[in-house]
Structure formats: structure tokens, C-alpha cells
Design a protein around this ligand. Structure first.
Ligand SMILES: Nc1ncnc2c1ncn2[C@@H]1O[C@H](COP(=O)(O)OP(=O)(O)O)[C@@H](O)[C@H]1O
Ligand SMILES: [Mg+2]
Length: 236
């Protein structure tokens, strides 16, 4: 699970500061997908940067799986992020020289002893399992140039799950995709969130996806509020 309490984040802006996130609170339980929608510049990516411990907020607390991330130092946050948080961004950030399965195992190569062949074999098994779960079992040995935009985003989602994260943070994953492939990525995220029990925060610019999520919030000028009027929501 992830819990944000009264989080505020500002950035320097000339002689004053700009408030990117303004006293935002959010709770996402295991297996839930919470959506955030809002205009460009409203603070959505900033909120995700705080939720994923990439940026420490000016004030407020972030709790991930019972660990108060905002009490940790830089190294502690990096370790928490490495072990408990999966990140999916709009651009898939794949390395052009690596195959799909290598995109998933490269982090393990960097963090585990290369001589531990059993650990490497286990990482490869998990990577192949995850590629199968995202529908790319037959594409494990393809490089990004041989994959479509939708397939690259699937590799990105699989890679985010390698560390068995408690929290999945996803920023506009469909913005580079056409309608149908975008909908398929949302379906995939909902299914994997339920199956892997992650607490998933999904920023999207497409309102049509919101009714399928556990709850939806809108963000305006850094302030977060629950959307009660979305089509298909209980009580609407
Ligand atoms: N690293 C940064 N330095 C200064 N200002 C930033 C930085 N990141 C974001 N901002 C500002 O914070 C506000 C929110 O930006 P952002 O979180 O990217 O919004 P969104 O993702 O909703 O488009 C904007 O005014 C943006 O210019
Ligand atoms: Mg953004």
C-alpha cells in the first residue's frame, strides 16, 4: 500500500517558489488502481515523483508498505525505491542494444554478484515469466527497434514488476499510443495490479479510462480532489 498525507512540494521559481503539489493526501491499497487526471502543469508528475520517493516533499508524509519514506535519508529512499516501487513513464526508456528479456534483467546484473549464477538464472526465469504475462513470450529476444510502441510499453510494465514492488507508479502510459493500444495497456495494468497485489497510481489524460479504476482523483493547481461525478462511478 501507499499513503500520502498532506504532501506539499515547491520548486524554486525566480525569486519565489512555485507550489507543484499543494497539501495532497492519497491512499492506495494493495490490488487497487487509483487514477489521477488533470490539466498539463497541474502537478501530476510532481505528485508521482514524491510518491515514488524520487523527490522529498517540503512537508507531509509518504508511507510505503508501512515504511515512512519521508523519514529516510537519500540512500534509504533509494533502497526503498529499488525494492518496493515500480515506475512506468510515458517514454519507455528502453536501451536500444538490449533484447526484451535483457531490459528486465539488466538491473539485477548491476546489483547482484555476477558470479552468482543461480541468482542470474532466477532473474532470467522471472523476466521470461513477466514477459509471458504481458503477452510477449515470443518476443523475449527482440530489441526495441523490432517492437511496436505498444509492445515497448509492455516491456516497460514487465520491467517495473521485476523487483516485486508494493507500489506501481505510472505516468501517462498511453499518450504515445493509439486508442486501441492505449486501452490494452490500461487493461494490462488493471490485471497485473490485481494479480500482483500492487498499489497502483495511474496518471492519465484520458477520462474514458477512469470508470474502470478503483477511484479517480482530479488534480488542479497542485490540489487533489476525488472525482464524484465520473461516468459509471457509484452514486452517479
Ligand atoms: N524540476 C522542476 N523545477 C521547477 N519547476 C518544476 C519542476 N518540475 C515541475 N515543475 C513545475 O511544477 C508544476 C507542475 O508540473 P508537473 O508536475 O510536471 O505537472 P503535470 O505532470 O500535471 O503536467 C509546473 O508549473 C511545472 O512547471
Ligand atoms: Mg506530467
Amino acid at each position: 500500500m501507499i499513503d500520502l498525507q498532506d504532501v506539499t512540494l515547491t520548486f524554486p521559481d525566480g525569486t519565489s517558489r512555485i507550489t507543484a503539489v499543494d497539501h495532497a493526501s492519497l491512499h492506495v491499497g494493495a490490488g487497487e488502481t487509483v487514477g489521477i487526471i488533470g490539466p498539463s502543469g497541474s502537478g501530476k508528475s510532481s505528485l508521482l515523483a514524491v510518491a515514488s520517493t524520487l523527490i522529498a516533499p517540503d512537508s507531509g508524509t509518504v508511507t510505503i508498505d508501512g515504511v515512512v519514506a519521508t523519514d529516510l535519508d537519500l540512500a534509504g529512499r533509494a533502497e526503498l525505491r529499488r525494492t518496493r516501487v515500480g515506475l512506468v513513464f510515458q517514454q519507455s526508456n528502453l536501451l536500444s542494444s538490449l533484447t526484451a528479456v535483457e531490459q528486465l534483467t539488466v538491473t539485477n546484473e548491476l546489483t547482484t554478484d555476477r558470479r552468482r549464477r543461480s541468482a542470474r538464472a532466477a532473474a532470467r526465469r522471472r523476466a521470461l515469466q513477466l514477459l509471458d504475462e504481458v503477452g510477449l513470450a515470443a518476443d523475449a529476444d527482440k530489441r526495441p527497434a523490432q517492437l511496436s510502441g505498444g509492445q515497448r510499453q509492455r516491456v516497460n510494465v514487465a520491467r517495473a514488476l521485476m523487483s516485486r514492488p508494493a507500489v506501481l507508479v505510472v505516468d501517462e502510459p498511453t499518450s504515445a499510443l493509439d486508442q486501441e493500444r492505449g486501452a490494452q495497456i490500461i487493461d494490462l495494468l488493471l490485471r497485473l495490479t490485481a494479480e500482483h497485489g500492487t498499489a497502483t497510481i495511474l496518471v492519465t489524460h484520458e477520462p474514458r479510462f477512469l470508470p474502470r479504476l478503483t477511484t479517480a482523483h482530479s488534480m488542479v493547481d497542485g490540489r487533489l480532489s476525488e472525482q464524484s461525478d465520473r461516468p459509471g462511478a457509484p452514486g452517479s
